[in-house]
Design a protein around this ligand. Structure first.
Ligand code: CMP
Length: 148
């Protein structure tokens, strides 16, 4: 089933010049980019995005990092995009992420783990709506067979 998920390239990815490599990895999996923008998140935007973590001990560090520089927010679309993007990104902690996954290759710490993905369909819809108006989302067919 074709799905949309929200992906964020965190400030470390931009600072360290990893944007092209990460997007290439996503494109090579056959996904399309249905929305993309560069933003500097405010504390209010970041707190809304991560509202499920408000009570967690790492919340302050998480908000500090995600607001520390520009991010790229993207809507990634394709077959089972939510689950597949999570798999492609690897475990939250780069030290535990599967070899070859984006976080295992480029993540530094659990906070500086370069990429965020929506966890499930409900969150994907909620997070997409935080950053994109319906008219900013464009679906199209990629002229490729699925690489997966
Ligand atoms: P992300 O996918 O953006 O979703 C929530 C983020 O919180 C996560 O990536 C990590 O950067 C961070 N996070 C999750 N668990 C922990 C933890 N145990 N300690 C510190 N940061 C965490």
């Amino acid at each position: 089933m074709s799905e949309r998920t929200l992906v964020i390239l965190k400030p470390g990815a931009l600072e360290r010049g990893l944007v092209g490599k990460i997007i290439e990895t996503i494109e090579q999996k056959g996904f399309s980019i249905a929305g993309l923008k560069i933003l500097k998140l405010t504390h209010a935007q970041a707190s809304k995005l991560y509202k499920m973590h408000t009570k967690k001990p790492f919340f302050k560090d998480l908000i500090q990092h995600i607001t520390s520089g520009p991010v790229i927010v993207m809507i990634i679309e394709g077959f089972r995009a939510i689950e597949e993007m999570r798999r492609l990104s690897g475990a939250t902690n780069p030290l535990e992420a599967e070899i070859g996954s984006i976080r295992s290759k480029y993540g530094l710490t659990i906070t500086k783990n370069v990429i965020h993905n929506a966890e499930n369909l409900e969150n994907a819809k909620r997070e997409i709506a935080l950053f994109f108006k319906p008219e900013e989302i464009i679906s199209y067919m990629r002229n490729v067979k699925m690489y997966r």
